[in-house]
Ligand binder design. Structure first.
Ligand code: ATP
Length: 317
């Protein structure tokens, strides 16, 4: 069943076209990621889905309803992570949780959210006195407090330390396992690879790729890098003579073969023919980072620093 349907969405701020003909669907129980460089139009897109912005053209449906004109039909089913600036600075964490709970007939157990998001010690702390990571965790708790059927989370784990990020991923997986559909804006490839069933890559207001993280990485023709130590000396010329191989490099006893996606099969078959084996064999596969860079045509050497490498994200290079 389709839970979110975005069709030919357009949104401009004055002269600036932020979203330019974006379409995608999110199915029930799916974690759907929206990826893209800074300023790509991700937040504008999910704000239109949340009913916070009215599209200039195109349509958005959540459970078949317009999230602005039929707000009453979707309000209790939709949980939206607010930007931090939208919370009252003087409100204490416990008060915010009580207040937001009171908006719903059947709220989630906020003590559970407080526990998983490790906000227990901050219950009496005012919002303005929280650290960035604590404010972020509170915004996640408030998005989930109505026990929504759809959660829209923008920059879910930005600013969280690795342990908090890991716990948050666990929380998101738990609520997905209960049938909640999740639309997630993320900058972190590792997060998209870990959590998302499908992702849309948005660049300059347009969807440039759509599919599972695995499908996106397999779609790009990134070179394969094969490292091994041959059981006996082998001449580089034999390997470079294979049509699947682009180059051969030596690091001490180790041979590094760079080739296309068929290179591993070709190299191992050649070694078998020569009566050799590849010791300490390692193959480096393309990651979603590589796919993203290929899709948005931003090489690692690009001057655009809008996509800083994230710690914990493993690339092949
Ligand atoms: P980021 O990853 O940096 O958060 P994003 O992909 O979420 O970016 P948006 O915030 O949707 O992108 O912005 C898309 C474009 O629209 C950007 O060029 C941005 O500068 C512009 N923009 C966003 N909000 C406004 C606004 N309220 N007024 C004018 N321009 C805006």
């Amino acid at each position: 069943m389709t839970v979110i349907e975005v069709k030919r969405l357009h949104k401009a701020y004055g002269e600036k076209i932020a979203v330019d003909d974006v379409s995608f669907e999110v199915n029930e129980g799916e974690i759907f990621g929206v990826l893209g460089p800074n300023g790509a139009g991700k937040t504008t897109t999910v704000e239109c889905v949340s009913g916070l912005r009215r599209p200039d053209r195109g349509s958005v449906r959540v459970f078949g309803y317009d999230p602005i004109d039929q707000r009453d039909k979707v309000r209790t089913d939709l949980g939206v992570q607010l930007q931090r600036s939208e919370l009252q600075p003087n409100l204490r964490v416990g008060e915010a949780l009580e207040l937001f709970s009171s908006f719903y007939e059947r709220p989630a157990d906020w003590r559970y959210l407080v526990d998983v998001l490790r906000l227990g010690p901050q219950l009496r702390t005012r919002f303005a006195k929280l650290s960035g990571g604590q404010q972020q965790r509170l915004s996640i708790a408030l998005a989930l407090i109505g026990d929504p059927k759809v959660a829209i989370l923008d920059e879910l784990t930005t600013g969280l330390d690795p342990a908090a990020r890991h716990d948050t991923w666990g929380l998101i997986e738990t609520i997905r396992d209960r049938g909640v559909t999740i639309l997630l804006v993320t900058h972190f490839m590792a997060e998209a690879e870990h959590l998302c069933d499908r992702v849309a890559v948005i660049d300059a207001g347009r969807v440039t790729a759509l599919g599972s993280p695995a499908a996106l990485t397999s779609r790009i023709a990134v070179e394969q890098r094969i490292r091994f130590v041959p059981s006996e000396p082998i001449d580089d010329g034999i390997l470079i003579g294979l049509p699947e191989v682009e180059s051969v490099h030596r690091h001490g006893k180790e041979v590094l073969v760079v080739g296309n996606t068929e290179a591993l099969a070709a190299v191992t078959a050649m070694l078998v023919r020569l009566g050799m084996v590849a010791l300490h064999l390692r193959v480096e596969q393309p990651s979603l980072d590589d796919a993203f860079l290929a899709i948005t045509e931003r090489g690692p050497s690009s001057e655009d620093q809008s996509w800083p490498p994230e710690t914990g994200t493993e690339g092949v290079r």
